[in-house]
Structures are given as C-alpha cells and as structure tokens.
Design a protein around this ligand. Structure first.
Ligand code: GLA
Length: 382
C-alpha cells in the first residue's frame, strides 16, 4: 500500500476539518481473464491490487457534507436531502450515487466530510471507479453503523454506477475490490456471486500492465450497447443469460441475428469457457496454456466483441512476437486502458524499455508500465 498517499490524505483531512478521520483503503483490480462475461452471469478471474483509493471520512455537525478530491483539488458540497446526479459531474456522481442508494434502502446517514485520493489513473481499466464507490459505502457503513454486509455494499456500489454514472456494469469490479485476498486471484461466478481463491505464484513469470494512456470517447455507450445485444440474444434463446447458452444453441438462431451480433454472443460463450480453462491451467502450473488463452481472449475482444483499439492491439502484437511473453490481452471494458502481460521475469526490464520506445514511435505518446501486487479488499487502515 502507498504509505505516502495515506499520510497525504490523512493530513489533508485533518488540516481541512480538524478532527481524526476513519481511514479506508479500497483497491483497484486486475483481471487475468473473463472480459465482458460478468453481466452475462458468467465467470471472471480478477484480483484486487495494491493500488487504489485512500479515503478519510468522519461525521460532521454541519448542515452539508463536504467532499474533497485531493488529486483534482476540487471541493464539492452536498445537501443530503436533495440528492440527484450532477449533469456536469464526474467523480461526484460516484459518491452521490452511493449516498442515493443508501437512502433508497432507508439507511439513515447524516452529514459527513471526506477527503480521497488515488494512485491508479482513471481510464486505465483498473477500476478506480469501483474502488471509489466501495470506499464510500464502506466508510459510511462504518461511520453510521448501517450493518451492511459486504455483499450488500457491492450491490449498492454497482447500482450507484448504473443509476448515477449511467454505465450498466457487471459485478466484477466491485466484487474484486471488496473481497480481494492478498496474493490471490478470485475465480468468480457472477451468477452466484461466490468465488474460489487461487493463490498466484507464477514463479519465473510475472504479470505486468501496460497503459496505453488513451481512453476513447463513447466507451460508456458502447459498453451499454454490448450489454443490450447480449441480453437480446439471451432472450431470443430463451435463457436467463448468455452464460446458459452453448455455441450449438447460438447456431440455431444464426439466421435471425446480424453476423456482428452473432460474433459478439459467440465471443461471450467462448470467453466463459476460457475462464474455466484458465483456472485449470493455473492449477496445473501450465503457464503456456494460460498464455494462449490470454491471446485468444484478446483476439475475441478485438475481432468479435470489438471493444479494442489500435493502441491496445499494437501492444498485444508486440508481445506476441516476443517468445518470453506467454500471453497478453486488453483488460477491462476496452477502448483504451491497459494490457495485461504474462512475461518472464528475466525479460521484463528489456521488454519495458523496448515497448516504451516502440509505442512512443508509433503513437507519439508515452505508455506507462506497472507491476502490481495482489492485495486484500476494501478495509480500514487506522
Ligand atoms: C468494466 C465493468 C465490468 C466488466 C468489465 C469488462 O470494468 O465495470 O463490470 O464488465 O468492464 O469485463
């Protein structure tokens, strides 16, 4: 965990509000495999990481609540009686959304002050948004003794994103941020919302993230479009979600859907299988097989589900020609953000130097490279 960030946030809170806050760390996440499967009731394989949001929060006697975003140096005041999304709002809506969801569930909270900051760049596909939502719901639950379970909290975070941010996300990000286990990835069944932890030790290999530092516009609407295509095909197949469909089922309606939408549904069915196969590969220490699944996942995201972009494809192509990289793929919602790469530890620094130069040459823009540690989920750090 980033101790500098913790002390910055704490100091900033005390300076502003002159009392001792509760301190919370809420992590971002990586996802080994299983992209766009969560809202199809399918499987995903995420892990919480040692980067995320640090929040300081305390009750207030004032008649407004004051929230300060340290990174943006922006203050926001809100009257709890009149909560609605801000049309110009960005980070504010994640917080307002959580407060509104608590109120919808008749959970009584009074005014509070909060300062937060983070060490994952927004738009990197590492779920700074879920980390922020979880930090708020977790903090308010502690502060006002709301008695929420972690499962209830993640549903509140998810609803905040649906209703106040407008992204009809699945449950992967909120789940992994809340329930992460140090050194483990979680094979999560998004229908039962239960996971099996897998201890991750890739021995001579490691996972690195390469951030394209781009986030293409319209990614939210493209996300919601994908979700509704999946739901309409599940409807046509008379199943609850695409998780319940096989490739054979899909073939039976091939002439009733466009070939683009057919490929999208096919991608989801195949990606679900890849997640299960990846968990077997990890169990058997078969990193080559795992790597192949990562490349196949990217191929599907690029060509079938169509949520990649040139920058992501370039990074994966460069990984593919390096024999010391077993697999790579775009991670998260897509249209920018990071790739995740399974690379030999001895190759790591040479590849980092190579890819930084190659990316800069190709796009006239720097990429960023991160190593991450797998961490525990949202928790108090007092
Ligand atoms: C975003 C969403 C998740 C998930 C991924 C794609 O991160 O928030 O619910 O759908 O995209 O796998």
């Amino acid at each position: 965990m980033n101790t500098d960030l913790i002390s910055t946030i704490k100091k900033s809170f005390i300076k502003k509000f002159n009392n001792e806050p509760l301190m919370i760390f809420s992590p971002g996440r990586i996802n080994i495999i299983g992209e766009h499967t969560d809202y199809n009731d399918g499987f995903v394989f995420p892990a919480a990481i040692d980067k995320g949001i640090v929040a300081a929060i305390a009750k207030s006697d004032s008649n407004v609540s004051i929230i300060y975003a340290e990174d943006k140096r922006e203050t926001f005041e809100v009257t709890l009686k009149h909560i609605k999304p801000l049309s110009q709002g960005f980070w504010q809506n994640y917080i307002l959304g959580v407060v509104a969801e608590l109120q919808n569930r008749s959970k009584t909270i009074s005014n509070f002050n909060m300062v937060f900051g983070g060490d994952i760049p927004g738009g990197a596909g590492m779920s700074s948004s879920a980390a922020l939502e979880n930090s708020v719901v977790f903090g308010l639950n502690e502060l006002f003794d709301l008695g929420l379970t972690k499962h209830e909290m993640i549903l509140i975070s998810q609803k905040a994103e649906h209703n106040y941010v407008g992204v009809k996300c699945g449950i992967m990000d909120q789940y992994s941020s809340m329930f992460g286990i140090i050194n483990n990835a979680l094979l999560l069944d998004c229908r039962t919302v239960k996971s099996i932890p897998f201890e991750i030790d890739f021995k001579d290999y490691e996972l690195i993230l390469i951030n394209t530092n781009v986030k293409h516009g319209l990614s939210d609407s493209a996300y919601n479009d994908r979700r509704s295509v999946c739901e309409s095909i599940a409807n046509m197949l008379n199943v609850k979600a695409l998780r319940d469909a096989t490739e054979y089922d899909l073939e039976t309606i091939q002439d009733q859907v466009s070939s683009e939408n057919y490929q999208k549904a096919l991608y989801v069915i195949q990606e679900n299988e890849r997640v299960i196969n990846a968990s077997k590969a990890i169990k058997n220490d078969d990193l080559k097989a795992l790597g192949q699944l990562l490349y196949a996942s990217h191929n599907g995201l690029q060509n079938q589900y169509k949520v990649s972009c040139d920058q992501l494809d370039f990074l994966v192509e460069q990984a593919k020609i390096n024999p010391n990289i077993l697999g790579a793929r775009m991670m998260g919602g897509g249209f920018g953000g990071c790739t995740i790469n399974l690379i030999s530890k001895t190759e790591s620094s040479a590849f980092k130097a190579f890819i930084s130069k190659a990316y800069k040459q190709k796009f006239n823009k720097a990429c960023s490279i991160y190593s991450v540690k797998l961490s525990n989920g949202t928790h108090l750090i007092n």
